[in-house]
Write a protein that binds this ligand. Structure first.
Ligand code: I22
Ligand code: ZN
Length: 194
């Protein structure tokens, strides 16, 4: 690829990313408001936020849990959040001894409590281990928020609050997820860290 072709491709990618975010302007504000309200009520009641996802979404799960436990913009108390993607020993043991479908659900069974909230991140909405985590949460009285794309897949029918990015392209969806996650963490920090 010659330099000018590459530059055009790079511009198209940036434009595409911006337009996915712009399309979210329609549907997303009310959904973000609902997610923030739910997370604040969970934290205010002394419960915790759990995050899960695969691949790039696993990185987002870690990233967002870190924003809440450490800090986003403000110096304030740490907020109760955990990423279910962080412990390689746990993840490999559960996958090896049971099935990779249970890598998140098993952890929820172990540390989840009624009144917690699970933030499940999946661009397809169809990852088996994420669906299993949502189903286990529902049985335990744990609230569920889904960050998806592609219409939400199977997650669309089962989460309490669905934030579905209007795109079919995994990287564009992930980029919008992290924008949404940052907005959520910023508002949660302002509203419920006093
Ligand atoms: O980051 C990327 C692609 O941008 C990949 O690692 C991607 O996250 C993985 O293929 C995931 O396994 C996709 O799972 P999901 O988003 O459909 O739940
Ligand atoms: Zn990625």
């Amino acid at each position: 690829m010659v330099k000018n072709e590459m530059l055009s491709k790079i511009r198209r990618e940036i434009e595409d990313s911006l337009s996915t975010k712009k399309m979210s302007l329609e549907s997303m504000p009310i959904k973000i408001y609902q997610a923030v309200s739910l997370i604040c009520s969970v934290i205010s009641a002394g419960n915790k936020v759990m995050f899960c996802g695969n691949g790039g979404s696993a990185a987002e799960a870690q990233h967002l849990a870190t924003e809440l436990v450490s800090k986003f913009r403000l110096d304030r108390r740490g907020l109760a959040a955990v990423a279910l993607t962080d412990n390689n020993s746990l993840l490999t043991a559960i996958a090896n001894d049971y099935n990779s479908q249970y890598i998140f659900a098993r952890q929820i069974e172990a540390i989840g409590k009624t009144g917690d909230v699970l933030v499940a991140i999946s661009t397809s909405g169809n990852s088996k281990n994420v669906l299993e985590a949502i189903n286990t949460s529902k049985h335990m009285g744990i609230h569920t928020i889904g960050l998806t794309g592609k219409g939400g897949g199977l997650m669309a029918g089962i989460v309490d609050c669905l934030l579905d990015v209007p795109s079919d392209d995994t990287p564009r969806i992930q980029e919008t997820h992290i924008m949404i996650g940052h907005i959520i963490c910023g508002l949660v920090e302002e509203l419920c860290a006093a």
